[in-house]
Every structure is written in C-alpha cells, then in structure tokens.
Ligand binder design. Structure first.
Ligand code: GDP
Ligand code: MN
Length: 380
C-alpha cells in the first residue's frame, strides 16, 4: 500500500526524524490559512502517488499567504503522471544548504532490507544509479542484528565528510531503519534529506510503501488508505477475500488456487494471448465468491473473454458452476465464457453449465487455446 508524503512524514516524525511543520489543504483558501498560521515562506506540494512532482510543476515556493493561495490554485486540478491533484501539503520552506538521499528497500535476492545512501540527493536517484553508480552506497542489513552503530557510521561517512554532520545523521539512519522494520515497509526513502543553513537536518520529501502482506499486523494502517485512488476492482476483491491483480490483457481469468492461476497466465501467454488479470477465488467452495469474481471482471472494459480454470479438490466444481450460472443471470454477462473444469463433482457441474449452453473442457490446454482463438490472436 502506498501512502502520501504527509502520511509518510508522520511515520518519520515518530522516529525522531525532523519534518517541516504544516498541514494538508484541499482548497486555495485552506492553503492561505495554513501559510498565514505558519508565518514563514512556505512550500506547496501536490500529494499524489508519483515521484518527480517537482519537475512536473507540482511543487512551488510561496513567500506570502496570497502567493500560497495563487500557487495552490495552480497546482490543484493539475495532472501529474495521469493523476489529478486534489490534496496539497503546505509546509514551512527549508533554506537548503545540501541535499542527500537515504532509502531502504526489501531486496528479494539477498532477502534483506538494503540501505542505500547517496550524497547526490534531490534529483532522480534512478538516473544516478544508472550513470554514476559509485555515488551510491548499498548495504544489505542483516535483520537479525539490525543496523549496527558501526555500519550507521560508515553510511553516514559516505554522505558527509564533516564530523558533526556524520554524528547528526546517524540517528536519522537508525530511525529510518527501525521505522522500516517495525511498520513492515517494503520501501522507505528520504529524498532529499536536507541540511539547512543552520546545519539542521530535515526530511524534505518522504516516500513509504507498506507491505500489503504485513497489513494484518497493523489494523490501524487501514485508515491511511485513500479509497478514491484504489482501483474499484481491487476494493471489491479485498472486501470479498479474493486475490485479484489487474493486468493489461483481454482474457480474464478465474481460477482456484494461486499456483494454478499463475500457470493459467503462463499458458495464455504461451498461446499468444494476454491475461487481463490474476484472480484466485481460493480453495473453498462458495458460489458467492464466483459471483463477486465476475462482478470484478465485469468492470474491466478490456475483457473480451472470460476463462475459468477449476481443478476441483476441496473446491467443488458444481459450486463454481452454480456461482457462474448465478452471475451470468444476475450480472447480465454477455462476454463469452470458456470453462475448463475437472475433479470433485465434475459431472454435476457439466449438467448445470450445459443447460446454460456453456461448453466445458477437461484439458487446460484446449480451454486456453479456445479462449485465445476467441480474441483472435492465436499463436501460429
Ligand atoms: P519530488 O519532485 O516529487 O521528489 O518532490 P520533493 O519534495 O523531493 O521536491 C523536489 C525538489 O523541490 C527538492 O529536491 C528541492 O530542491 C525542492 N524543494 C522541496 N521542498 C523545498 C523547500 O522546503 N525549500 C526549498 N528551497 N526547496 C524545496
Ligand atoms: Mn523527492
């Protein structure tokens, strides 16, 4: 789950990392009032789940509350990477002396959180990684030991040559690490990490992704979710306990079991098709789950055919067939449906589906070929 800069900064502040005072505004007048209250030069920042806001014009400085209102008016409604800006963060501006980068990501290869620091912060860190990789220091942290003070010092010394600055940045790095671990983050970065003219450190920008698989351990994070930006399909899926990931293709998949769902997508690709989604209806038998699955699939305008792949074990094929029948009638589904099912109560399922005029395959290969042929992109 992605969270906004203003939310990410609340996490950092809890770990003793300094962030600028300010508040969220949704109208130019609110921006005026916040700027007036702060009584300093302010920075107005578009709150969207996208980087590079500065370059896109989504970050502006304002010296007076009037100017804050004008700049807020200009940024609200602006599109950044296709996302319309509806929230702003209005903060006391920092007088920047230098900008560096400090970030942590969970690395699947080393199976460890990897610390990354660079004295060349502020701009595109991806570009620095590509063009001048020597300017980034990477350090995989052993989660058993955590970030040892000696390592924190080494990372800090890579960022700053001044001894005072090294000393001041060390607690920021250890705070960032503890924040990352204790909140089950998959990514946490401060870019830029700023030193101001007085030598004070500020997290001027913050980005945090929370690992969805860790959310059950932090029920209080649910309120950080912005329902307006969650894909409606993903919301229905979450609420009805289905695993759904939207993809770009036109063959919708409805499968029982994550492994079989992955395989189904591979076989679709093998025959030259493109899956529209990953969808695991789970192992249990429940016609309602199938109805919800089709409710989700129906919202995707790219879908041209719906492929069911059911291997009945604990899942009873007739329950799935019942659900499919119910969904077709209730949701008025006109899209062609291709079904492969085999296993528990297969015969009962076939009866239900043939009464609806739906052909049932036993072989996964045949069913997938049939679905791919229906969208007209068969592999030669
Ligand atoms: P991003 O473009 O989405 O990464 O947004 P950032 O918050 O990182 O801001 C981009 C750039 O705007 C920073 O690297 C700074 O140079 C500048 N900026 C952001 N906040 C301030 C501020 O408080 N004062 C000053 N002077 N510049 C700022
Ligand atoms: Mn940034």
């Amino acid at each position: 789950m992605k969270i906004y800069e203003y939310q990410a900064k609340q996490f950092l502040a809890r770990y003793g990392i300094k962030v600028q005072p300010g508040d969220v505004a949704e109208t130019p007048d609110e921006a005026y009032r916040i700027a007036e209250q702060l009584g300093t030069e302010v920075v107005i920042k578009a709150q969207v789940h996208a980087g590079g806001r500065g370059k896109a014009g989504g970050i502006k400085l304002a010296r007076t509350p009037e100017e804050a209102r004008e700049k807020a008016e200009a940024i609200l409604g602006m599109k950044i990477k296709d996302i319309t800006v509806s929230k702003l963060l209005v903060l006391s501006a920092v007088d920047i002396e230098s900008e560096s980068y400090a970030g942590l990501v969970m690395d699947r290869r080393t199976k460890k959180p990897v610390f990354m620091v660079s004295p060349a912060g502020g701009i595109d860190i991806e570009q620095i990684a590509r063009k001048t990789p020597e300017k980034i220091l990477k350090y995989p942290v052993d989660p058993f030991f955590g970030l040892m003070p000696s390592k924190a010092r080494e990372l800090a010394s890579f960022l700053y040559s001044d001894r005072q600055q090294v000393k001041r940045v060390m607690p920021i790095l250890s705070g960032l690490y503890r924040m990352f671990i204790e909140n089950d983050c998959s990514l946490a970065e401060i870019n830029p990490l700023v030193v101001d003219k007085e030598g004070v450190f500020w997290a001027v920008d913050a980005k945090i992704n929370l690992d969805d698989n860790g959310l059950s351990r932090h029920p209080e994070f649910e309120k950080l979710r912005d329902p307006e930006i969650e894909a409606p399909q993903e919301r229905v899926a979450r609420e009805s306990n289905l695993s759904y990931v939207k993809l770009e293709g036109n063959i919708a998949c409805c499968v029982n079991g994550a492994g079989l769902a992955m395989t189904t997508m591979d076989v679709i690709k093998y025959y030259g098709g493109e899956p529209a989604n990953f969808l695991d209806i789970g192992g249990s038998s429940n016609p309602k789950k199938v109805v919800n699955a089709l409710r989700i699939i129906k919202t995707d305008p790219n879908v041209e055919v719906i492929l069911f792949n059911i291997f009945g074990g604990i899942t009873r094929c007739d329950d799935v067939a019942e659900g499919l029948k119910e969904a077709i009638l209730e949701l008025n589904i006109g899209t062609p449906v291709v079904v492969r099912l085999t296993g528990t109560n297969e015969q009962e399922a076939r009866k239900i589906l043939s009464s609806m005029g739906i052909e049932v395959h036993t072989s996964m290969d045949e069913a997938v070929k049939c679905a791919v042929a229906l969208v007209g992109k068969e592999r030669r």
